[in-house]
Design a protein around this ligand. Structure first.
Ligand SMILES: [Zn+2]
Ligand SMILES: [Zn+2]
Length: 298
């Protein structure tokens, strides 16, 4: 049986999480959507504007108004026009070290090797059915990097993407972006779905501009077999957490999980059942290792 677990950001009811929960205050769906519309209008105005500061400013606005991927879109646009745009790099979490922009902190190589030997360093293919332009590949590479950071952060440094192959004119991949969905944004039906959740052969179908937080959510469906949470966990597996930034999110554990018949077990408990050598200690284990990205432009 194919189990399709759909993460519909806009349609998941906000059971009990519209109120302040555990220090988090999600914004209302209505407020978020208003912000989205405002962003769309402003970004349209900036389309032909080749001024880094203006794009960075809109990026900052988006970031503060619950629009993470849109913020990145603008920061990346800014560094197109100014290769050394400090406020954009800083906003993206980079620091200038020895003349180049890098993620802060160090990679704990020894730890990373242990994670790899435990079978939790992954190699996947993202297959785009359509013909992809070099510029889109470039944009997508940033998405893959962010996805890797989310995975590393949420698993407390116990999983990462080692290598990602991005290939066009193909549907042979763990993540498939079907024909005609290349430029689809989330709200134009460009979300993602995980099939065969929790099984060896799990795979994801997605739009080309699906939010990375959602792809991370789908990856966790696949790799751990987590169900969707709809009962107020402040967790990546709970949909509709408008305005809560992914770097502030954690997977729920025994203490924070809100139980229901569909979700009797917290994410961390399920994760450790599936991967018994994973531990939930709250430690971070340094910066995420760099994901190797191979682009195959057919
Ligand atoms: Zn959870
Ligand atoms: Zn939970």
């Amino acid at each position: 049986m194919v189990r399709s677990l759909v993460y519909l950001l806009l349609l998941v009811p906000l059971y009990g999480i519209t109120q302040k929960t555990g220090g988090y205050t999600p914004m209302s769906q209505q407020e978020w959507f208003g912000n989205y519309q405002h962003y769309m209008a402003e970004s349209e105005k900036l389309k032909e504007v080749k001024n880094a500061d203006q794009h960075a400013e809109l990026g900052q606005w988006a970031w503060e108004h619950g629009l993470e991927d849109e913020a990145w879109e603008q920061w990346l646009e800014a560094i197109k026009y100014d290769k050394n745009h400090t406020s954009s790099y800083t906003a993206m979490g980079y620091k200038k070290t020895n003349g180049s922009w890098q993620r802060p902190g160090n990679v704990n190589e020894e730890w990373v090797q242990q994670v790899k030997q435990s079978g939790r360093a992954f190699t996947y293919t993202f297959a785009f059915a359509d013909d992809v332009e070099p510029e889109f590949f470039e944009e997508f590479s940033w998405r893959v990097r962010r996805l890797n950071w989310f995975i590393w952060h949420l698993t407390e440094g116990q999983m990462y993407l080692e290598k990602i192959k991005v290939v066009d004119k193909s549907t042979d991949g763990r993540f498939v972006i079907e024909k005609g969905r290349l430029y689809q944004t989330l709200l134009s039906g460009g979300g993602a779905v995980c099939y065969n959740s929790g099984q060896e052969d799990w795979y994801v179908k997605s739009g080309g501009r699906c939010y990375m937080r959602i792809l991370c959510h789908e990856f966790f469906h696949g790799i751990f077999g987590f169900p969707d949470e709809r009962h107020g966990c402040i967790c990546l597996m709970q949909g509709g957490l408008y305005g809560i930034k992914t770097p502030d999110l954690k997977l729920c554990d025994k203490a924070t999980h809100r139980e229901s018949t569909v979700t009797p077990t917290s994410c961390w408990e399920m994760a450790m059942q599936r991967f018994p050598d994973m531990k939930h200690t709250g430690e971070s284990h340094g910066r995420a290792p760099e994901v190797e990205i191979e682009i195959v432009n057919n």
